[in-house]
Design a protein around this ligand. Structure first.
Ligand code: ASP
Ligand code: MG
Length: 408
């Protein structure tokens, strides 16, 4: 049976950790498994390399950048292979190029187009543990590429798929996926299981457990993924296909993000084509708009509000001021102090009343809802940034998320 294990940067952050990870890998191997291990660069290494590049060049050459960034992972795989040798097992470290993880040519954000499993299979048959450098591949012309930040998760899930592994274990510094951020909600509970869809929503809504693209690939190919801690032996959270048991659970988690800002165009004429003009302009400038709200007016004028990522505000402002002129808005307002609180769960599909309960919970706490957006398995509310954490706690408790069965 093939098992893929991925160790994140914190799990190989220093030599003691590398040694302890090596022990865990050897234990897995000795249970008669064929083990393929994917490793990230030591925590902080990729950022450090990135910053070195920026000290040399204002806009570093992307090919050279990938050449540089991939060395972080190379350091990890070599050290880990040596540590495994010390424990009496055979291991071989490999780069993406050596394996044959072929990508397109988009440096820094490359997409995997093919994975050759021949070499890995050969090494496994010889009884070796294969240690793969995560986050990297190469083009058909043997140019080295990277898969985007957090891309080691993607390497692991993709390998688990092509090797038809029985499990893809993602080792990190938390025990699994929680009903909410334990730093905010003290009685947050670790979930035994979560669906790919829920995990995708949670990942984009602030739960930084796994890279989103890797979960998408897991979902596409139905790869069973177990998120667990490399610091203990606690069972983790299984990310898998949605099933009946999950639907009964109703909601799985509450998240908070504080990385968006709200922009309002004041007093725009309430006539056809106005929203189109504004959002076409933003789209042309590649600004990602998240939530949008516009009321029907009684005065022939209306306000349009929307949110963008804080990191994109600087780029958005000149565009929106231009748009404001074009649509004759009376002004532009920016609110940097907002929080987006979201409730996620596949059970919402088949139960009504979830939104109502979320809104009334906020009302009871006198927290005003400024914007709302929903999807089939998610409800998000924008609230005053100062009240975001209190909102999360109130919703977590109202839905009884610290218990195994949620209530409505
Ligand atoms: N080392 C890379 C990063 O920090 C890839 C990874 O950790 O998954 O983004
Ligand atoms: Mg990482």
């Amino acid at each position: 049976m093939v098992i893929v294990q991925k160790y994140g940067g914190t799990s190989v952050g220093d030599i003691e950790k590398v040694k302890s990870v090596a022990k865990r890998i050897v234990r897995t191997k000795r249970k008669k498994n064929q083990v393929v291990v994917v490793v990230s660069a030591p925590a902080g290494k990729t950022d450090e390399l990135n910053s070195l590049a920026h000290q040399v060049a204002k806009i570093p050459n992307q090919r050279e950048m990938d050449m540089l960034l991939t060395t972080g992972e190379q350091m990890s795989v070599a050290l880990l292979a040596m540590a495994i040798h010390e424990l009496g097992e055979d291991a071989v470290s490999m780069t993406g190029l050596q394996i044959g993880i072929t990508t397109n040519e988009k440096h820094g954000q490359a997409k995997i187009v093919d994975i050759n499993t021949d070499r890995i299979r050969r090494e496994l048959r010889k009884g070796k543990i294969v240690i793969v450098a995560g986050f990297q591949g190469s083009t058909s012309k043997n140019e080295i590429t990277t898969l985007g930040r957090g891309g080691s998760d993607l390497t692991a899930v993709a390998l688990a798929h092509v090797l038809k592994a029985s499990l893809c274990e993602i080792y990190t510094d938390v025990d699994g996926v929680y009903t909410s951020d334990p730093r905010i909600v003290k009685d947050a509970r670790k979930l035994d299981m979560i669906s790919y869809e829920e995990m995708l929503e949670m990942a984009s809504l602030g739960a930084k457990v796994m890279q989103s693209r890797s979960v998408e690939v897991g979902k596409k190919y139905n790869v069973p993924i177990m998120v667990r801690s490399s610091m203990n032996n606690n069972p983790g959270t299984l990310i898998t296909k949605e099933n009946k048991k999950m639907e009964q659970v109703l909601v799985s988690g509450v998240t908070i993000t504080e990385n968006e800002v709200k922009i309002t165009l004041l007093k725009v004429p309430d006539t056809p084509g106005i929203a189109a003009k504004v959002f076409e302009k933003l789209a042309k400038s590649d600004v990602n708009v998240d939530m949008i709200i516009q009321n029907k007016s009684t005065t022939n004028f209306t306000d349009i509000s929307f949110t963008v990522f804080k990191s994109e505000l600087k780029r958005t402002l000149p565009v929106i001021h231009q748009a404001a002129k074009i649509v004759k808005a009376s002004g532009v307002e920016v609110d940097k102090n907002i929080a987006k609180v979201s409730l996620v769960g596949v059970g919402m599909k088949s139960h009504s009343g979830v939104a109502a309960k979320m809104f009334s919970t906020l009302a009871k706490k006198k927290i005003n809802i400024e914007m709302i957006s929903t999807s089939e398995i998610k409800i998000s509310c924008v609230v005053d940034g100062k009240k975001g954490k209190a909102a999360v706690r109130a919703i977590h408790s109202a839905f009884g998320l610290s218990r195994r069965k949620t209530v409505i």
